[in-house]
Design a protein around this ligand. Sequence first.
Ligand code: MN
Length: 320
Amino acid sequence: MNSIYKKIYKKIKEYDEIVIARHVGPDPDAIASQIALKKIIENIFPNKKVYAVGTSVSRFRYIGTLDKVDESTLNNALLIITDVPKFDRVDGAYKDRYACTIKIDHHPCDEIVCDLELVDESSSSTCQLILEFIFKNKIKIDSEIAAILYAGIVSDSDRFLLSYTTSETFALVSKLMHDYPFDIMEVYTNIYDRPINERRFEAYIIDNITITPNGFGYINITNDIIKKFEVDNSTPSNLVNDLNFIKELKAWAFSSYDDKTNLYKINIRSRNIVINDVAEKFNGGGHKFASGARLKTLDEVNKLFEALDNRCKEEKEKQS
Ligand SMILES: [Mn+2]
């Protein structure tokens, strides 16, 4: 019987032009999964044209560089989307242009959107799924690709702190490190080195976050504050995990304003309280305990905060 891993390998083999895309507002797992997959395919099939597309983010350039492709020139191409559940959040690729589509992802999703799908909601990261794909197909990689995949797994699991971290995660990572040794400190430096102004900004957030009696923490981060601390609009998203393990916080959310899209961007995290269904009601979604939303008005932002506080209240009442 052909497993999904084998089926995906077969499809990749069939197509000469392959585009790999991931979600808008990428994180290290999104970029690492697409770049690693591109390198893997290029190693096995040097004659294929493989493009990893989407807006580049300078702070993730250590993972690799992205490509531009004119989709109108493609004919009979394969599209692989990684780390993204649906096409409305795919950055830089349009489904209709492709002869075949594949999805590799760990976000919850109630629909089939691609011809072939490797989806596992219980996986720590999309990079973990890529690792499974590699080992199941006995693909040879190298230490450079290994370091990229490790960066994605470490980052998405928040250094193995999140509940999606399983024995499977450690088994795969152990084999990866054993077979393809890489410089672990270099990976951590790339992911975690921060300028002092960013840490000061984090201190500001901790100083100014409001915590309700139900254990919900929220803060509206204005653009004046972003300017004052000389950080950028994506910085709040990068810091949101750092509020984990604060005793008084069961769930928390940051709101910041994005001038480019004219939308409020909300990052939501929780400890064991399901919040993605709340985010979904406010033009958002994501994982059970790590979600986000994009909203037009501050009024909607406040309504979302209220709904999240209510969710915390319900949970508190259940437990008492
Ligand atoms: Mn991910």
